[in-house]
Design a protein around this ligand. Structure first.
Ligand SMILES: Nc1ncnc2c1ncn2[C@@H]1O[C@H](COP(=O)(O)OP(=O)(O)OP(=O)(O)O)[C@@H](O)[C@H]1O
Length: 396
């Protein structure tokens, strides 16, 4: 949920720096390498929270390790922003504990105020103050420092993001990408041990996004700050994160590397979040599950068990040559490098979707055949979190 940020001290949470000297070296004319920060460990322990009697976080336990980029991923309303606000201290959880370097900063009997946590926060819309110049915006989080020192630190932070030449400009004169970098400089200036970022790229032009995301990641790596980044975009999480925490309805579904979540999704929801899938239902019979795309082995799954089968669109091969599974092309959508196909196949009321390279199927083909890559068939026990990555054998 996007909310207007509160434009007071909580917009920037750390304020006095971590006392570590700036370790900067000039790399080029536009940008210095970022000063190193003392990365902190941020732990959520059984966090619960709700609004108006409705629980929106239902027992989340999760740790962001020092120096890692942890992405909180999930659909709208899954509780990502609430978790971030609790970490920042803008919101106090109903129960559970928040730990910073294993020290409790929010819990049943403790509440360390936001400005004493050494945590930086960057909002979705950057929340720059329009009436302040760029350098004043960046200095805002350094008010505990003497004026001259604060300005010097703010200039250093602007150099890190390559924007020191814009110090005296006002936010309205900057592009969206430049505003994003000012907001990043402002969040990093106090050298927070943890930086929280709420959808930091969502307001940017899609062409700009990739570059700015890569630049931001480079700066995060240089500062070595622990970063917790909220996103609802699985690809963005995969591009940025050391680990991804997938949330659904206020609960953690799975935590792991992008490889873990893509290749070994814990359930159908996780599978569907990371790739487009065709979904089937089936029942385990003689150690196998029948699907319209063939028979999947159901190793380890109980006989008679109802299962969900996910077949990734990218795992469905389509050919004009003869083959085992006949298919009639229902629709084709050209997307440049790839094309998206809908195919009617025997035994399935709904068309099967496939995403194939655009030059594979000749134009005008109506009758085709389908093959499936076994790696792209995922079988899940219904209502269970146990995954099984199956192999198919064609029925005919
Ligand atoms: N101040 C509030 N008052 C009432 N309900 C709230 C408040 N803040 C959040 N919620 C509810 O809590 C749930 C989780 O919201 P949250 O903003 O944390 O989700 P999110 O995963 O960040 O979603 P989005 O991606 O849309 O920002 C939602 O159902 C939301 O409506």
């Amino acid at each position: 949920m996007h909310r207007a940020p509160c434009l007071h001290a909580s917009a920037i949470i750390g304020h006095s720096g971590n006392g570590m000297g700036a370790q900067t070296t000039q790399t080029d004319n536009s940008r210095r390498t970022a000063g190193v920060t003392f990365a902190a460990r941020l732990g959520f322990e059984e966090i619960r929270h709700g609004y108006h009697g409705r629980e929106t976080l239902r027992g989340v336990s999760l740790t962001a390790e020092p120096g890692e980029v942890l992405c909180l991923l999930g659909p709208s309303g899954s509780g990502k922003t609430t978790l971030l606000r609790i970490a920042a201290g803008i919101e106090a959880q109903s129960s559970g504990r928040l730990l910073l370097n294993d020290r409790e900063v929010a819990g049943p009997s403790v509440f360390v105020p936001p400005e004493q946590r050494g945590i930086g926060l960057m909002f979705q819309d950057f929340a720059l103050f329009p009436h302040m110049s760029v350098v004043e915006n960046v200095r805002f989080g350094l008010t505990a420092m003497p004026a001259r020192e604060g300005t010097a630190e703010a200039m250093l932070a602007l150099e890190r993001v390559g924007l020191s030449h814009y110090a005296q400009k006002y936010p309205h004169a900057l592009s969206g990408g430049e505003q994003q970098r000012v907001a990043l400089a402002r969040a990093l200036a106090p050298r927070p041990g943890v930086l929280l970022m709420d959808e930091p790229f969502s307001g940017l032009d899609s062409r700009l996004k990739d570059t700015i995301r890569a630049d931001t990641l480079a700066i995060l790596r240089e500062t070595r700050a622990t970063a917790v980044v909220v996103t609802h975009d699985a690809e963005e999480a995969m591009r940025m994160a050391d680990r991804i925490a997938l949330l659904r309805d206020g609960k953690l579904v799975q935590v792991g590397t992008s490889d873990d979540l893509y290749r070994r999704p814990k359930d159908l929801f996780a599978a569907a979040f990371f790739s487009e899938i065709n979904e089937f239902s089936g029942v385990v019979r003689n150690g196998h599950v029948s699907t319209p795309l063939g028979v999947a082995e159901a190793n380890g799954m109980a006989e008679g068990r109802e299962v969900s089968i996910a077949v990734r669109l990218s795992g469905v091969g389509v050919s004009a040559d003869s083959g085992v599974i006949p298919a009639r092309v229902v629709s084709r959508r050209f997307l440049g490098v790839v094309e998206l196909l809908e195919l009617a196949i025997p035994g399935s009321e709904r068309p099967v979707r496939a995403r194939i390279r655009a030059d594979i199927l000749p134009p005008g083909v109506r009758d085709a055949t389908i093959s499936v890559n076994p790696q792209d068939i995922l079988v899940f026990e219904k209502d269970s979190e146990t995954p099984y990555i199956g192999e198919t054998k064609n029925t005919e």
